[in-house]
Design a protein. Structure first.
Ligand code: FAD
Lengths: 484, 262
């Protein structure tokens, strides 16, 4: 293998491949130990793939297969959200969920689901009539019965991996962004050297948290062979103004492909309508289709007839990493020091808190030091954006807080500068948008894109036109203007 | 005396403020930008603003009307966080071109798909959006951007217009009439757009897609985004933008405000 040319700079105790919600939560958990950790991520920022295009439901585990690792980790994560959210400055709301049955035939499945929830240690109850109307006032009047799940929550899943990575970074974890794992050399049934597009690593342990790319990474590292295929879900995002009518999550009785589309209030007050589930071949195909979006809206109107697409501000799609075995988590059989955290298809956000600890414990079990890093922090210095609390007097104390750049989402110049200076700062206009929501409102940047790009360009190399929107090559413009 | 807050000091907002003040209403005109006239300042803005001030309108420039709830308008700006009490809120926050979602453009999310309003500001600050830009829109903004892009260094400018009646292609553009953009492709930057004309599909090389189609209302005041009690909308969206259109919208909003206050 040709490892020449690339500098050997790194000998971490643990090398994590992939900085989605799973890789970053593992990095955060390890950052409390006195060990050396590095993360390699092929995109320009953390959480740019599946972890940014999900529903943000922090599931409490009520419907998962009892006893499965997925159920264990989701149930263990659920009670921890309020605490972690306040320490990391991530918005979280325990909004509750109601599952609706539209006929007595459908309702006959309710008791089995309630029993399953009890087995998972989650309290739910069957609701009918007035009680159904009370817990889900926005649900269709045609629903005859439902299951109310009070502990279901929603989290700002777009910020979540950023926050995990920032705490990890504050505690000394090194992030190598814009760098792909391409190959490795093995010796004695162990991964010895990992090659990325920019350097060589000689790690003691490797964790494969590469999401859609986990099959390729496992194979390249001499690990088990399996395949990950993309299962697309499409979304329509509705305005926060409509969110006032959506106090909690609505879903239907589960079918063969899971629950089908849902109506979901986001942590930020807007509403997601979706997703569908469609198996694709192309792992980069995040395009939306007119027919798919119409179908999602029609199916959600069954749950909530008032859904009005005049409130639609954006449509997008995400790809779930579907694997022949969901939750392929554990030591590789082929390469002894390779730990898989792959195939986490539908509940990666929900299980992320306990997943970090689970992987840490497996590594410690294999000999990683469990000595705590006495100086490690548990929280971030982070000022919540104006939209998180609408506290105008608070933000007005800072002169930059008085300048609202993005009027739709109420993002101030102070919020934007913070995003560009955080421990793991935004390095693109899209990175600023993910951290602040600037340009993400109902006008989609028509009033603020120039302002946001101007502030971003103060922090990024090159001329104003070269300011990246996201990945390298995504320049804002094509060059400089020529004079009149 | 009743108090009214008018949000937005474009031509329409200034006119409605003056009309209300002349009817004895206490009017505060709140404007996000540091000067009156709106996003694309009209030449008569300063003069109209002086007339409004003489009629008793109080101006708060560099201030955003952020939220309307329970008879109070929360503002944030150069004077800090200021709460104004208001018996009615007149929303005159101007217009913007349609978004990608509103135009129903599918495809990839590469860089280079730009709102027309931002394009103007970026051109002014020396950023050439594309060497082969495609501009969507039939109105004044689209026409102006086609010509501005041409003189700023673009090599070919494609114009995609929804209408056809009496359409003369704008000088220097490669024009599609009765057409719409179905999807855009290319990542990390856009490099192609699919244009449909009837049942004919054309793949156009484009390294920027500028969204400058029909003007819609700019809505960004929490609690008043889609109207509501004590909220009066005052948008002049007709093409072309003229003083007469603005005055007609202002007059109508003024009458409606007086009814709301009764
Ligand atoms: C439509 C939809 C709805 C969902 N709803 C929910 C929900 O409500 N609740 C919930 O809990 N979960 C939900 N999920 C699932 C959740 O999003 C995923 O389980 C989770 O994001 C998976 O995280 P990950 O870190 O494994 O993957 P990813 O976020 O994809 O991270 C993997 C990372 O690895 C990087 N990578 C890949 N290959 C390489 C390489 N060779 N070198 C370096 N880096 C590499 C990638 O760039 C990527 O950033 C949903 C998913 C979708 C698509």
């Amino acid at each position: 293998m040709q490892s020449s040319g690339l500098p050997l700079v790194e000998t971490p105790d643990v090398l994590i491949v992939g900085a989605g919600v799973i890789g970053t939560s593992i990095a955060m958990a390890l950052s409390h130990l006195d060990v050396d950790v590095a993360v390699v991520e092929r995109r320009h920022d953390v959480g740019e793939e599946t972890s940014r295009a999900n529903s943000g439901i922090a599931n409490c585990g009520w419907s998962l297969a009892p006893g499965s690792l997925e159920a264990q980790l989701v149930c263990a994560s659920s009670p921890r959200w309020e605490d972690i959210a306040s320490r990391l400055g991530v918005t979280f709301r325990r909004v509750g969920l109601t599952l609706l049955a539209f006929s007595e035939e459908e309702a006959s499945g309710i008791s089995a689901l309630c029993e399953r929830a009890t087995e998972n240690g989650v309290t739910v109850r069957e609701v009918r009539g007035d009680e159904l109307a009370e817990v889900a006032p926005h649900a269709s009047g045609r629903a005859v019965a439902g299951i109310y799940v009070p502990d279901e929550g929603v989290v700002d899943s777009v910020r979540l991996p950023v926050a995990f990575a920032e705490l990890a970074s504050v505690n000394g974890v090194r992030f190598y962004l814009g760098e792909s794992v391409v190959s490795a050399s093995l010796g004695n049934g162990q991964v010895e050297e990992v090659l990325t597009t920019k350097r060589r690593f000689r790690p003691r342990f490797v964790v494969n948290a590469a999401g859609l790319g986990a099959d390729f990474v496992s194979k390249s590292l001499g690990g088990d062979e399996f395949s990950i295929t993309p299962r697309r879900g499409q979304w329509v995002l509705l305005d926060r103004e409509f969110g006032k009518r959506v106090p909690s999550i609505l879903t239907g009785m589960p079918g063969k492909l899971g629950h089908g589309p849902m109506v979901i209030p986001t942590a930020h007050g807007s509403v997601l309508v979706g997703p569908d589930a469609e198996d694709l071949e192309d792992k980069t195909d995040k395009s939306t289709t007119g027919a798919g979006l119409d179908d999602v809206v029609d199916r959600c109107r069954v749950l909530m007839p008032d859904i009005d697409t005049k409130f639609a501000i954006k449509t997008f799609a995400g790809l779930r990493p579907h694997s022949d075995k969901t939750y392929r988590v554990g030591w590789s059989e082929a390469a002894g020091n390779l730990l898989q955290a792959a195939g986490i298809r539908s509940t990666g956000v929900s299980s992320s808190l306990a997943m970090g600890d689970h992987i840490r414990d497996l590594l410690v079990g294999a000999g990683l030091s469990d000595r705590l890093d006495a100086g490690a922090r548990n929280d971030l210095d982070y000022t919540p954006p104006l939209w998180a609390d609408g506290d105008y007097a608070r933000v007005a104390k800072d002169p930059l807080g008085r300048t609202v750049v993005c009027a739709c989402e109420k993002v101030t110049a102070a919020d934007i500068h913070q995003a560009l200076r955080e421990p793991l700062p935004a390095t693109s206009i899209g990175g600023v948008a993910r951290r602040t929501h600037a340009t993400w409102g109902r006008c989609q940047g028509s009033a603020c894109l120039s302002g946001v790009s101007f502030i971003t360009s103060l922090y990024t190399p090159g001329e104003a036109w070269e300011t990246p929107m996201h990945e390298p090559g995504s320049t804002l413009g094509a060059g400089v203007t020529t004079g009149e | 005396m009743s108090d009214v807050v008018v949000a937005g000091a474009g031509r329409t907002g200034i006119l409605v403020s003056r009309m209300l003040a002349e009817r004895g209403i206490g009017v505060t005109l709140v404007e996000r930008l540091p000067a009156p006239g709106g996003q694309e300042p009209e030449t008569d803005a300063a003069q109209l603003a002086r007339a409004a001030s003489r009629a008793g309108v109080r101006m708060m420039l560099g201030t955003l009307a952020a939220e309307f709830s329970q008879g109070q308008v929360h503002t944030l700006g150069v004077e800090g966080a200021v709460t104004l009490s208001a018996d009615a809120l007149v929303v005159a926050t101007g217009s913007r071109p349609q978004t990608r979602a509103e135009l129903g453009i599918a495809g990839e999310r590469g860089a280079g798909v730009m709102p027309g309003s931002a394009t103007r500001h970026l051109l002014d600050s020396g950023v050439l959006l594309g060497r082969h830009p495609l501009v969507i829109g039939d109105g004044h903004l689209a026409e102006e951007l086609c010509s501005a892009l041409g003189s700023a260094g673009a090599i070919t400018v494609t114009s995609v217009r929804a209408g056809s009646d009496g359409v003369d292609p704008w000088p220097g553009t490669n024009t599609f009439t009765d057409a719409r953009v179905l999807s855009v492709h290319g990542f990390p930057r856009v490099n192609r757009a699919v244009v449909s004309q009837g049942d004919r599909l054309t793949h156009v090389h484009a390294d920027a897609v500028i969204l400058a189609a029909s003007r819609v209302a700019m809505r960004n005041i929490e609690g008043a985004v889609f109207g509501g009690p004590h909220v009066v909308e005052c948008f002049s969206l007709a093409e072309p933008k003229t003083f007469d259109n603005a005055e007609a919208a202002a007059m109508q909003a003024c009458e409606q405000t007086m009814l709301t206050l009764r």
